[in-house]
Design a binder for this molecule. Structure first.
Ligand SMILES: *[C@@H]1O[C@H](CO)[C@@H](O)[C@H](O)[C@H]1NC(C)=O
Ligand SMILES: *[C@@H]1O[C@H](CO)[C@@H](O)[C@H](O)[C@H]1NC(C)=O
Ligand SMILES: *[C@@H]1O[C@H](CO)[C@@H](O)[C@H](O)[C@H]1NC(C)=O
Length: 539
């Protein structure tokens, strides 16, 4: 047996509750080496770069599977080793590169030569059976990337919405006419970003997916009555529109909802902004950790006949919650979705440069935003255009800077000199990529209330892209797919740069990144400009 992965101590704050029962059942994911992941990366470049040889010519999921399926000898080596020692083994990912094994703690301790303990997460109370290291047989090690979750202590995906501090009170009978400075609602977003009311292509396959996670513990549901009230009030021209629901791992989208902002924001600012774009709420109730949840959604997208063209997620985790090996697997999943032409859009997070950790000595990057195959959305105010202090951003400690943004991040870093040196990885992938309005009004439990966070910005940006796709389809062109190679090149004309504002850092209320001309790690390249994007795309 050879040591495969280890950490030296339990992440801070976790409590150890001792040994789990030897007969306790656990599920582990075994990620096997993939056939040709570097080949897939070059395919993604070719289909996503506007100057690429096959721009817009996306692969099918079956074609992608050929790149990521395990080589036959690797699969048989792993199967021969695990099968006698586990209760069950089955493919977890559609290509079979990730296997799910169910086994007892005692079996796992033997198989991986380790010792499990039960831990509880300080903030969420979530219980986890984990170990500090694991080993693999030397004959099998070369075939396995990692086994998960053993040494990863990530909680569930964390929602990034919040009640706004402003909690502005709306005069009820006048709110449709209120200035946008007082009540930000879909019409304001349409007006500021030039987003049209509705689709024109008639396409039924240009759709938006909206992620939801762990509703049973987070209490986040998308409520149909609240959406109806919201549209009646603020989008009477599309009143009656609704959404469909995909439920994963026993999730339920309960309608006897008593609050929860995230599900409401995410549905109301997709259905309510991307007029007539079919929208699906994809709710996952996975019992595992964040990486498993993100992978569930990836697997669902890869197995749809007509997956959404745009997918928005307002959940995030600190990058260091996940090990580098697991983050890389999840990010390779987003690479697969890039290859089939899905725009994966994520809220950057609401903790500024530091994830609200006072007195930190280094800035805190957020995942999945740090994966170079997703588009990360920070937060801004409309008037005057100013970056939101809580807009998370910075540089990855796991993923190197991708070539599509290298000149932009280098220019920003050059402009700040050695400010904050040592507090971030200057060679890392920079995020967010873009930004959008962070505070909006929603209907929750029947009443109009303000809500905020990059949670709002991500569905708004996704709606913008869905309507851009609609115009592309109407013009007989392919949808945008993975956005970043476009956004950092010819697509810059479809974004308005935000140059004012600063994010929160490690000390006090300021001390984070400054917004600046060009890309910056608070507002990215800027906010949507529909007309600008139309002309950048030549339509
Ligand atoms: C990997 O994929 C690339 C891109 O499609 C291809 O050119 C290359 O031949 C593939 N390599 C192998 C070993 O299959
Ligand atoms: C593995 O973790 C155990 C504690 O669970 C520890 O006693 C042991 O020294 C670790 N081994 C290595 C090689 O890190
Ligand atoms: C959008 O809808 C509103 C309300 O029905 C209408 O006043 C406005 O003119 C429409 N805008 C466009 C560009 O069609």
């Amino acid at each position: 047996m050879v040591l495969h992965e280890s950490i030296f101590h339990v992440p801070s704050g976790f409590k150890t509750l001792g040994s789990p029962p030897a007969t306790a059942e656990i599920d582990l994911l075994i990620a096997i080496v993939q056939s040709n992941i570097t080949g897939l990366a070059s395919v993604v470049d070719a289909v996503s770069l506007p100057s690429g040889p096959s721009y817009g010519q996306y692969l099918t999921a079956a074609e992608v599977a050929e790149y990521v399926k395990p080589p036959a000898d690797s699969l048989s080596a792993v199967m021969d080793w695990v099968t006698p020692h586990v209760a069950s083994v089955k493919p977890f990912s559609p290509a079979g590169d990730i296997l799910q094994v169910s086994l007892t703690v005692q079996q796992a301790e033997g198989l991986f030569n380790t010792k499990f303990s039960t831990y509880t997460h300080p903030a969420t109370g979530q219980g986890m059976i984990r170990a500090l290291n694991y080993s693999l047989p030397s004959t099998v090690q070369q075939h396995i990337l990692h086994v998960h979750p053993i040494i990863s202590f990530a909680p569930h995906p964390q929602r990034v919405s919040q009640n706004t501090v402003y909690k502005r009170k709306a005069t009820l009978d006048r709110r449709q006419l209120a200035p946008c400075e007082d009540i930000i609602r879909p019409v304001c977003i349409q007006e500021y970003y030039g987003i049209p009311n509705t689709t024109i292509s008639g396409s039924l396959t240009n759709t938006i997916g909206v992620a939801g996670y762990n509703a049973a513990s987070l209490g986040e549901y998308a409520n149909e009555d609240d959406l109806a009230t919201f549209l009646n009030e603020f989008r009477p021209d599309i009143a009656g529109n609704t959404f469909s629901v995909a439920l994963l791992n026993g999730a339920q989208n309960l309608q006897d909802n008593s609050g929860g902002l995230e599900g409401q924001i995410d549905i109301q600012y997709t259905v309510g902004v991307a007029g007539n774009v079919p929208t699906t709420y994809v709710l996952d109730e996975a019992a595992g950790d964040a990486a498993t949840s993100y992978m569930d959604t990836i697997n669902w997208l890869l197995s749809q006949e007509d997956p959404p063209t745009v997918f928005t997620t307002s959940y995030a985790n600190e990058e260091s919650d996940l090990t580098q090996s697991v983050s890389t697997s999840v990010c390779n999943g987003y690479m697969q979705l890039a290859a089939i032409g899905i725009s994966m859009i994520f809220a950057s997070g609401d903790g500024g440069a530091s994830d609200n950790i006072q007195g930190c000595t280094s800035f805190v990057p957020m995942f999945p935003s740090t994966c170079p195959y997703v588009t990360s959305v920070g937060g801004t105010f409309f008037q005057p255009p100013t970056a939101f202090a809580s807009s998370a951003g910075g540089f990855s400690n796991y993923f190197p800077v991708p070539s599509y943004q290298a000149a932009d991040t280098a220019a920003y870093l050059e402009s700040i000199g050695d400010e904050y040196s040592g507090m971030y990885n200057a060679n890392g992938r920079g995020f967010p990529d873009v930004a959008a309005e962070w505070e909006v009004f929603i209907v929750n439990e029947g009443s109009v209330t303000s809500a905020g966070g990059t949670s709002c910005a991500s569905p708004i940006f996704a709606s913008f892209i869905a309507l851009v796709n609609d115009r592309l389809i109407a013009a007989g062109k392919p949808v945008l797919g993975f956005l970043n190679p476009l956004l950092y090149s010819t697509g810059k004309g479809g974004l308005d740069d935000v140059t004012v504002g600063q994010s929160r850092g490690c000390s006090g209320s300021t001390g984070g990144w400054n917004s600046a001309a060009g890309w910056d790690p608070v507002s990215g390249l800027g906010t949507p400009d529909f007309a600008g994007m139309m002309s950048a795309l030549g339509i």
